[in-house]
Design a protein around this ligand. Structure first.
Ligand code: ANZ
Length: 819
């Protein structure tokens, strides 16, 4: 029976009650722990739309379930509040970004609380809170002290729109700025850079220990992009030496020319030393090449360009042949060594280049030449086997893999790996970020601030906008920038107006760049474990109890946040702050919710659905059940009003379930209940919320039809509680309970009752399916055979003689053989 739910009344009532009794507070106990984490939101001015809560609802269900199954649960929430959007909002509306953020957080919290989420708000964190970012700054200083943070003057990505330097991770795949879509330029600038590359191997290897979706692991592998190969030195006619990187040292005998990146430092040296006969052409080409986007330069389909360095040649160290040297923009200065040996017979780009410039093409491996190199024929020996080295002196006949090692050894090369991932450009020329806690002294030295000087807070400014000359707005706040102080024994800078005994007073300037948006989110999960600790980032005891995050839920951050956080975590492991090698043991990927028209929800399309409106209309419980029922959790699915209505009807039937009481309940409802308990428990554990909801729907059908007992009803409410916490609590109290249903244990099931009470078995006669029968799951072969023989169709095929042989696959199929 459907019974309307007064959701306005019951939802607010229970939320207040849970909040005031702090029923979700977590502490370290002797129970097993579960740490359930949402990717914390950036509190934007637009608030949440119905797509955002999907992940929060899932973690809410999961953490309620874990609590009900005897776990101490940590399920916290916080705010990732530094970054450009708040700053841009501040510039436009002339308010301090802090105020904008504070206002947005109040709104976000309201939106989350109407959903009935079970966060422990005593652990709330905010990355812009000085008590929090003190530790972000502290981590930076530790990185600096271990040599993992350095200043670089290399050309970096510069976004003319956002007026700041960016990391590679901040670019779209076409090289534009991820935030504003501007075409990003290369600018040589002073930058702070973190040596993420030093952790590349560990980050690759430890991926294998993680329970993450394969596509995210793969995206990380590609981003890190390890190439295994060798460095080989080539001698030039000028007496210089050039080191190249190749993944195919087995093809060394086929290297018929060499290419330097136009930006290679040797090219500039040659120019200066007047060693080039075509200096002007070279100069012109360099100018052209450096202005081309990297993506464009690497594009295989684009026509190859380049200029020969007249007056310089190289010697192939294996064959001893003299080969020409070119500069060409398909070789990047920033990858490998910025120089290559070109093997046109076996590399597509080299092939296209060699064709254009009429360079010799020499095949040195069987079977593996480039596809359109039609002039090659495998009329060489060993042609029956692909991947054998040929025309390579004593190495001829070797397998490529073996030849790699041997050829490298012969020319005194070095087997080595290179990586696509670049060190992390960590400074931004913007206001709204953590100040980098460093000073530059008058005599050109750099010191970190002493820990006692942290947090270093942002000064007040009148202009939040960047100055336009590549400097942050902090540069103009001279009171803040110019400091005096001394360097203590540990090599840390202490701001002071007078020298301390034994130390000289020195003048210095503060670093005016700030940290990127990804800094605060690279370690936030640790702070939830011990959010109020003023002495340590996290106490070792608390870290030991809670770490690692057991389940992490969120969307597409495969190569930004999830790479940075793993890097910082491994560093914190190395300096003894954390005890696990990985931060997030299991990751569940959140599929998005599209608008009903199939498009992304966006202000631009006017198709945004606000969760507050839905909660007002049908209640949080209906929204929760609907979002979990709409399809597999990881899928992207469009919103549907009909689907939402279905969820409301289901809860109304639950609300009317007590009218179907029978004295003792029926045996079949009881069996269904046990099956449902088992199914829902397994499904929640596996993030299969949609099938958990459908199992509960099947139960309600059965209970309405056959009736249920008071006890069964109570059990059912407990399994519903994680999904529809308000309604379950209301009905639980209607039954006379005074404690919260959310502190009850999740019901256990009886295995013998949870199995299907009948199963279907296919019956074949001579291998062809002729019918099916239903039997008890405990039925043995004899019973099954007897029942099958009585089936009219089967009887017909068995004929008068009956079966000569019977083959029974228990629980699945019965085969009669008659001949
Ligand atoms: C000779 C060779 C022969 C190569 C062959 C490939 C095939 P991945 O796998 O992407 O790492 N290379 C090296 N440094 C480069 C640079 N700075 N810019 C452009 N290309 C560069 O690619 C490694 C291969 O890309 C290297 O191996 C080199 O070409 C080229 F049959 O050396 B190879």
């Amino acid at each position: 029976m459907h019974k309307k739910i007064n959701h306005h009344e019951i939802e607010v009532k229970w939320q207040k009650e849970w909040f005031s009794k702090k029923i979700y507070q977590s502490t370290e106990t002797d129970k097993p722990k579960t740490f359930v984490l949402d990717m914390f939101p950036y509190p934007s001015g637009e608030g949440l739309h119905v797509g955002h809560p999907k992940g929060y609802i899932a973690t809410d269900i999961y953490s309620r379930f874990k609590r009900m199954t005897g776990h101490e649960v940590l399920h916290p929430m916080g705010w990732d509040a530094f970054g450009l959007p708040a700053e841009n909002y501040a510039i436009k509306n002339k308010v301090h970004p802090r105020l904008a953020v504070e206002k947005n957080i109040v709104h976000f919290k309201e939106q989350l609380s109407v959903l009935g989420c079970d966060y422990d708000w005593d652990r709330e964190i905010n990355t812009t809170d000085p008590a929090y970012f003190k530790w972000t700054q502290w981590i930076f200083i530790q990185l600096f002290k271990k040599g993992l943070a350095y200043e670089s003057y290399e050309p970096i990505n510069w976004c003319p729109g956002c007026q700041t330097g960016l990391a590679n991770e901040d670019l779209e795949s076409d090289g534009t700025c991820e935030r504003c879509g501007s075409v990003v330029e290369k600018r040589p600038m002073r930058q702070w850079v973190l040596k993420i590359r030093e952790y590349a191997d560990r980050m690759l290897e430890d991926l294998n220990t993680l329970k993450w979706p394969e596509h995210i692991k793969e995206a990380q592998r590609n981003w890190i992009g390890r190439s295994e190969g060798a460095e080989i030195d080539f001698k030039l006619s000028t007496g210089d030496k050039v080191t190249i990187f190749t993944t195919r040292p087995d093809t060394l005998f086929g290297a018929t020319y060499m290419v330097l990146a136009p930006e290679h430092s040797l090219v500039e040296d040659f120019q200066k030393q007047g060693k080039l006969l075509n200096s002007e052409d070279v100069q012109k080409y360099i100018k052209l090449a450096t202005n081309r986007a990297e993506q464009d330069r690497l594009d295989i389909t684009k026509e190859k360009t380049g200029v020969k360095l007249e007056g310089v040649t190289a010697t192939n160290p294996a064959s001893g042949e003299e080969i020409p040297v070119y500069i060409a923009d398909y070789v990047l200065a920033s990858y490998g060594t910025g120089a290559i040996m070109a093997v046109p017979a076996h590399d597509e780009r080299d092939f296209a280049f060699a064709k254009k410039f009429s360079i010799k093409i020499k095949q040195v491996v069987t079977g593996l030449y480039v596809t359109d190199a039609t002039e090659f024929h495998d009329n060489l020996p060993y042609t029956d086997k692909a991947g054998v080295v040929v025309s390579s002196n004593e190495f001829t006949g070797l397998d490529c893999e073996e030849a790699k090692q041997k050829i490298v050894a012969r020319v005194s090369g070095r087997m080595t790996n290179i990586y696509k991932i670049k060190d992390w450009v960590f400074s931004r020329q913007r206001y709204w970020g953590e100040p980098i806690p460093m000073v530059h002294t008058e005599n050109g030295k750099i010191y970190p601030l002493a820990e006692s000087q942290l947090p270093l807070t942002l000064p007040e400014v009148e202009q939040y906008a960047p100055s336009g000359d590549g400097q942050s707005p902090l540069t103009n706040i001279t009171d803040w920038v110019n400091v005096t102080g001394y360097v203590n024994e540990a090599g840390d800078f202490i701001v002071a107006s007078e020298a301390s005994e034994g130390y000289d007073l020195i003048k210095a300037k503060r670093e005016t760049n700030t940290m990127p948006q990804w800094a605060g989110s690279s370690w936030y999960y640790l702070r939830y474990m011990d959010p109020k600790n003023t002495e340590q980032l996290v106490s070792p005891e608390r870290e030991k109890y809670w770490a690692p995050v057991d389940v992490y839920v969120g969307g597409d951050h495969a190569v930004r946040h999830l790479i940075y956080a793993r890097f910082w975590h491994k560093f914190l492991y190395d300096i003894g702050v954390v005890s696990t090698i990985e931060p997030f043991q299991r990751l569940e990927f959140l599929g998005f919710i599209l608008s009903e028209d199939g498009r992304k929800m966006s202000k631009r399309w006017g198709n945004v659905i606000n969760p507050d409106d839905i909660v007002d209309l049908v209640g949080a419980d209906s929204l929760r059940v609907y979002e979990m029922f709409m399809g597999p959790f990881e899928n992207t699915i469009a919103w549907s009003k009909d689907g939402l209505a279905g969820a409301c009807r289901f809860l109304e039937r639950v609300n009317g379930l007590s009218t179907h009481y029978t004295e003792t309940g029926t045996e079949s409802t009881n069996r269904q209940l046990h099956k449902t308990i088992k199914k829902v428990a397994e499904d929640i554990e596996n993030f299969k919320f949609n099938t958990a909801v459908s199992a509960m729907m099947i139960f309600v059908n059965k209970a309405e039809k056959n009736g249920l007992s008071h006890k069964m009803y109570e059990q059912f409410l407990k399994i519903l509680a994680p999904f529809a916490p308000h309604l379950a609590e209301e009905l639980w109290h209607e039954l006379g309970h005074s404690d919260s249903i959310h502190l009850e244990s999740f019901p256990s099931f009886d295995d013998s009752l949870a199995v299907d009470d009948i199963i279907e078995i296919g019956v074949q006669v001579n291998g062809k399916l002729r019918g099916s029968i239903t039997v008890s799951p405990n039925a043995d072969e004899k019973e099954v055979t007897e029942i099958a023989k009585k089936n009219n169709v089967v009887k017909k095929y068995l004929g008068l003689t009956g079966p000569k042989k019977i083959i029974y696959v228990p629980g699945r199929i019965l085969n009669f053989i008659t001949n």
